[in-house]
Ligand binder design. Structure first.
Ligand SMILES: *Cc1c(COP(=O)(O)O)cnc(C)c1O
Length: 365
């Protein structure tokens, strides 16, 4: 057989649909930003010295890492940059988790790449059930950490629920780890209104915080992610990177990401806008009988009691809206809706009324 036994056994991550034809759907299914990147990015692309592309990029992305370090008040040696945070996470699995130490712990319902990486690296894992309100159950994590385990990872806010932990709750997990196993906080959505664990890095040398430019910096197409943590953690990630692909970030990505990180004023406005639309949309559909989990992300997770999630997904797709649905017991009646522009969300709000609330008419938005 040509295919390796390892490859034959893979069960890959399934990303949200990317329709081939742009404009066919209003795309609210993969948590991309509906707003463009900073205007400074456009300017930089227009004047980019394209002849530089004949040269290899800086393998260690030093200028970008210095810029990120400066932004978060850290040292360059505390920053690792990779080709999307997915790649950074994959390196972290290789760098820090050993199967013989026990299972990796993550929440029952969470980013569905975690079980995929675990299988890829043959790392056993244990899913910790969510609390009744769908929040991450800190007590259950701490209890699980009293038995052997390989490490802990969770997104904050969690995906696909959008619910956030407080810094105090994250510290309880770090205390329970007693510095012995890696704790990863995946902060892909942290900029949309929850507290970052970055200030804890100096006190906990086993904390790795992972960020992406894909969501709050409107650069999903660029593929830049980064990890922040103690220098020794970053050195280990770098050794893994240099054993796999020493140039994961191309010249253009390093440069554009750096420009985006520096334009704090623009992105602060975009975040504020997203948060306002999210909170307006959540409150509006709640009044119409939807259950909406309290979100600190650029998406919401919602269900309409009495209507199957798969049906809602299908109804919306027929009407030109792509949202995300997971056929997973426990959350199968929820749909995850990325926050789009105010116009798109007003249209969706009216459509939901039309579809599931026939006695009321939304009128022209
Ligand atoms: C989107 C997302 C990522 C991946 O981001 P990229 O940088 O685009 O690879 C990682 N973790 C979570 C929880 C995400 O939602």
């Amino acid at each position: 057989m040509i295919v390796s036994r390892k490859a034959a056994k893979l069960s890959p991550y399934v990303p949200g649909e990317q329709p081939g034809q742009p404009g066919l759907y209003i795309k609210l299914n993969t948590n991309e930003s509906p707003f463009p990147p900073s205007p400074a990015v456009e300017d930089a692309l227009k004047t980019y010295r394209w002849d530089e592309l004949r040269l290899y990029p800086d393998p260690s992305s030093r200028s970008l890492r210095r810029c990120i370090a400066h932004h978060y008040n850290l040292k360059e040696e505390q920053v690792f940059a990779g080709n999307g945070s997915d790649e950074v996470l994959s390196f972290a699995w290789y760098a820090f988790f050993d199967p013989e130490n026990g299972p990796l712990l993550f929440p029952q319902h969470t980013y569905s790449f975690y079980p995929v990486y675990s299988d890829f690296y043959q790392q056993p894992y244990r899913r910790i059930p969510l609390a009744e309100d769908f929040g991450i159950d800190i007590g259950a994590f701490i209890e699980a950490m009293s038995a052997p385990y390989a490490g802990v990872i969770f997104p904050n806010p969690n995906a696909p629920t959008g619910m956030a932990l407080s810094l105090e709750e994250i510290e309880r997990i770090l205390e329970a780890s007693r510095g012995k196993k890696l704790v990863i906080v995946d902060e892909a959505y942290v900029d949309f209104g929850c507290d970052s664990a970055i200030p804890l890095i100096d006190r906990y040398s086993n904390l790795l915080v992972v960020h992406t430019c894909s969501k709050s910096r409107s650069l999903a197409g660029l593929r830049v992610g980064y990890a922040l943590g103690a220098q020794e953690l970053i050195e280990t990630l770098t050794a893994v990177k240099d054993s796999f692909n020493s140039y994961p970030l191309d010249r253009l990505s390093q440069k554009i990401a750096e420009i985006a990180i520096q334009d704090e004023a623009y992105y602060a406005r975009v975040r504020k806008n997203t948060i306002e639309i999210r909170d307006w949309f959540s409150a509006s559909i709640s009044r119409d009988g939807w259950q909406v989990l309290p979100s600190k992300a650029n998406f919401i997770f919602a269900r309409r009691p009495g209507i199957a999630g798969a049906d809602i997904y299908g109804d919306l797709k027929d009407k030109g809206f792509l949202v995300r649905h997971f056929s997973i017991p426990g959350i199968e009646d929820f749909i995850r809706i990325t926050i789009g522009t105010d116009k798109d969300m007003e249209k969706l709000y009216c459509l939901l009324k039309e579809l599931y609330h026939s006695e009321k008419d939304c009128g022209e938005a």
